[in-house]
Design a protein around this ligand. Structure first.
Ligand code: NDP
Ligand code: PMR
Length: 404
């Protein structure tokens, strides 16, 4: 077991550290989208990561009964064989927020099709979610719809209580829901008065994942995970992340002021309202939150905390508030020019991998996929990997949602 752990963990660290200081804007773009810049460094990183993963999987196959190296290192007192046996007796339970459309729905479908998961679709529109599940052909016994409006912290608390009362163990939480308001001239606000994009995408998920952490601790599942959907557009070490307005949390003065314009500003950095920037800022918070969860809870709980960029799913409802011309041109632009486009189905498979693939257990990481659809651990921007900022965002956020 120790050999297995020793072989696995340093691989993770070496991949991660490898890219630090080497990447820059053009390098990253080539790595993710295969745009035709020449890029030996990133190519190396891309090829290297899947290879290492394959080796790890190979080693697991040889060491029968030692399937989860990471769990072994972090929770040594648990009997792995007994856990494995239990896991085969029941389905995994996964909560997916915003599973009523787009990526969330496609992920629910992909997971349901494996027959290994029960999906709790945590949605603000119950009927829409039911209809979506039916029309996607998700088998009735594979899912439960539960009401959750992330733009209301009362609703988040209510959802957590309802889930607990259902008596289901919680094995994986996927924070997927989001709103994007690029054309809004004025900010909108959540029930508690936070700017709607950061309030929903970040603060709602922050409270939800904090409240559900105890439930996850109690689960006996072998590979427990909290996954959040980040994005390339929040990462300023990429070309996409350099399209204005750029993400920038500044010194967090707006967040500390409650994002409500009464004390300071509806924007995290204290600036004037900009819906597109608010969305990108919220994604930076999402990616920082998973790293801070990792630092605070991974060792103690064995839970995997990760974020991902699934590719540009240019056809989803995320762009519903954008002007019609954008919605018309965006999919072909991403398909033929940037080559960053992925279908909802493909993106759903990617997120489903991060939920359940036994080789994607690394915690504190950010997953992306290369042009051959192979997963690799990508480098976050300087701001999105700033540990000090992550701690500050965490501390301010826990005050705003009433946890501190
Ligand atoms: P969709 O709009 O299709 O899905 C968003 C989901 O979030 C919907 O189900 C929506 O519910 C739900 N939602 C919105 N507000 C709330 C709320 N207050 N409470 C509960 N649920 C809510 O967009 P995508 O599938 O594209 O987005 C999914 C994730 O992927 C997001 O986190 C997004 O940031 C991320 N992402 C998307 C990319 C893309 O290219 N599309 C690229 C990178 C990341 P309803 O159906 O009721 O509207
Ligand atoms: Mg982007 C080079 C690659 C690339 C990729 C992968 C994306 C993804 N975008 C890229 C490039 C560009 N975009 C370029 C060069 C431009 C200027 C023409 C551009 C523009 C653009 C706009 C106006 N892109 C956008 C928008 C949006 O409104 C989307 C957005 O920022 O939402 C926050 C968006 C996106 N581009 C992406 C992705 C994944 C998005 C949307 C969603 C997201 O980040 O979650």
């Amino acid at each position: 077991l120790q050999l297995q752990a020793a072989l696995s963990v340093p691989c993770v660290i070496s991949i991660h550290k490898d890219g630090i200081g080497k990447s820059n804007v053009s390098l990253k773009e080539t790595a993710v989208f295969g745009v035709s810049f020449s890029d030996p460094l990133n190519l190396k990183a891309e090829i290297k990561s899947p290879l290492i993963r394959r080796q790890e999987v190979g080693k697991r196959k040889l060491l029968v009964g030692t399937v989860r190296a990471q769990t072994v290192t972090t929770t040594p007192t648990i009997d792995q064989a007994a856990l494995e046996a239990k896991k085969t007796l029941r389905k995994g339970n996964v909560i997916i927020t915003g599973a009523s459309s787009g990526l969330g729905l496609a992920t629910a479908k992909a997971l349901a099709e494996t027959g290994k998961w029960h999906i709790i679709m945590a949605c603000r529109n119950f009927l829409k979610a039911e209809r979506a599940a039916k029309s996607a052909g998700i088998a009735k016994e594979s899912y439960t719809v539960m009401h959750l409006d992330l733009a209301s912290l009362d609703s988040v608390r209510q959802f957590s209580e309802n889930f607990r009362r259902s008596g289901r163990p919680l094995d994986v939480l996927v924070c997927n829901a989001a709103v994007y308001l690029p054309t809004a001239k004025e900010p909108s606000f959540t029930a508690e008065g936070f700017e709607l994009s950061v309030g929903t995408n970040h603060l709602g998920h922050f409270l939800l994942s904090r409240l559900l952490l105890d439930d996850m601790k109690q689960s006996d599942y072998t590979s427990k995970r909290v996954i959040i959907v980040g994005s390339i557009t929040g990462n300023t070490n990429t070309l996409a992340g350099n399209v204005p307005p750029k993400a920038n949390l500044g010194d967090l003065r707006g967040l500390a002021g409650g994002l409500n314009r009464l004390n300071s500003s509806p924007m995290i950095d204290g600036g004037d309202f900009d819906g597109a920037k608010a969305y990108k800022d919220s994604k930076v918070c999402n990616m920082l939150t998973m790293q801070e969860f990792h630092r605070r809870y991974h060792e103690e709980t064995g839970i995997t905390f990760a974020s991902l960029y699934p590719g540009c799913i240019a056809t989803t409802g995320l762009f519903r508030e954008h002007i019609p011309l954008f919605r018309l041109l965006f999919p072909p632009f991403q398909k033929y020019i940037t080559k960053g486009y992925v279908s909802e189905e493909e993106a759903g498979k990617r997120l489903a991998q991060v939920v359940g693939d036994p080789s994607l257990t690394n915690s504190g990481v950010y997953w992306s996929w290369n042009k051959n659809s192979a997963s690799f651990q990508n480098q976050l921007s300087k701001e999105a990997s700033d540990a000090e900022k992550a701690r500050k965002v965490w501390e301010i956020s826990e005050k705003l949602v009433g946890l501190a």
